[in-house]
Design a protein around this ligand. Sequence first.
Ligand SMILES: Cc1cc2nc3c(=O)[nH]c(=O)nc-3n(C[C@H](O)[C@H](O)[C@H](O)COP(=O)(O)OP(=O)(O)OC[C@H]3O[C@@H](n4cnc5c(N)ncnc54)[C@H](O)[C@@H]3O)c2cc1C
Length: 328
Amino acid sequence: MTEGREELSEMKEYSTLNSGSNLEKLLAKGEFVVTGELGPPKSVDPEKLDEKIKALRGAVDAVNITDNQTAIVRISSIGTGVYALKAGLEPVIQMTCRDRNRLAIQADIMGASLHGLKNLLCLSGDHQVFGNHPQAKHVYDMDSIQLIKMISDMCDKGIFQCGEEIKNNKKSDVKAPKYFIGGAANPFVEPFEWRVNRLEKKIAAGVDFIQTQCIYDMDIFSRWMEQVVARGLHKKVKILAGVTPIRSFGMAKYMKNSVAGVIVPDPLLKRIADAEDPKAEGLAVCSEQIRAFRNMEGVAGVHIMAIEWEKAVRGIVDNAGLLPRPAV
Ligand SMILES: Cc1cc2nc3c(=O)[nH]c(=O)nc-3n(C[C@H](O)[C@H](O)[C@H](O)COP(=O)(O)OP(=O)(O)OC[C@H]3O[C@@H](n4cnc5c(N)ncnc54)[C@H](O)[C@@H]3O)c2cc1C
């Protein structure tokens, strides 16, 4: 921890604004940003992808494109990101440590940069035993903090992870990729008091923005944010609070009992159970949470992970009073 704190005092002040990312520009302007999640389909039929893109266009400022989420194989995040960029969205590509070693990650993120992608979320990744190829060999050549550091060094110092300079053959300045670098945080894993330390390490490694695990327990999240603010970390990184709308009582129970690192408090479970229309209630909860985040010190925006329910996002954002989205 001491090591992290020393590094923190030397780290760059937010924000460098050199990635060209619209998400970065909006956050720098002090806008309360809205990002949404798009899960790539499990086939190359563009129709489903087009529907998801249509649902999110204009409803959010940027769209996170998952990387084989829940360890189930899908169209790649970068491939979908290029497609979404051409369709007028601002993609946030996601990269897990599960499927690639440092050679493949560096190659892929340079390739993505060449195609104009500017935001990157660095993750450990769900373990493959939970997915549809449980016998796959995982990689985990590095963890999420090392991944953030590697990307940050490529972007800011212009070096590969091995220390070699990223050069071109001409006098042009275009050499290293430029990314607005994100990471995840989960305030809901015990011991709670240690979670903010992990955030601090990600900041020291060079992360620019954070998207949290989905929040249902507002008390625990508020306490985590209090620690973040007390340490001044909200001035070093932009924190987007994660929400996932509940569609049914069954889903609420599943999130509570079967998803590691997610806490669903009993009163919320009861509210969904007692609701005449659980789906509408779940959407209402989501918009209420977003309104609460807008008044919470240190929260710079919201990340809506409407799992396979991208169509719900516009209504949630509207009910939270956040439409239309601001121009860059
Ligand atoms: C916004 C968001 C988007 C996500 N998108 C995806 C996605 O697209 N694809 C996907 O597969 N998953 C995705 N996930 C799931 C996520 O990768 C897993 O929940 C993972 O367990 C946490 O990832 P992280 O990067 O936040 O974790 P980390 O901060 O890296 O922590 C993961 C946990 O493992 C521990 N840990 C980390 N590294 C090590 C190590 N080297 N040795 C021992 N313990 C270690 C940490 O202490 C922590 O408890 C997403 C999660 C979030 C919050």
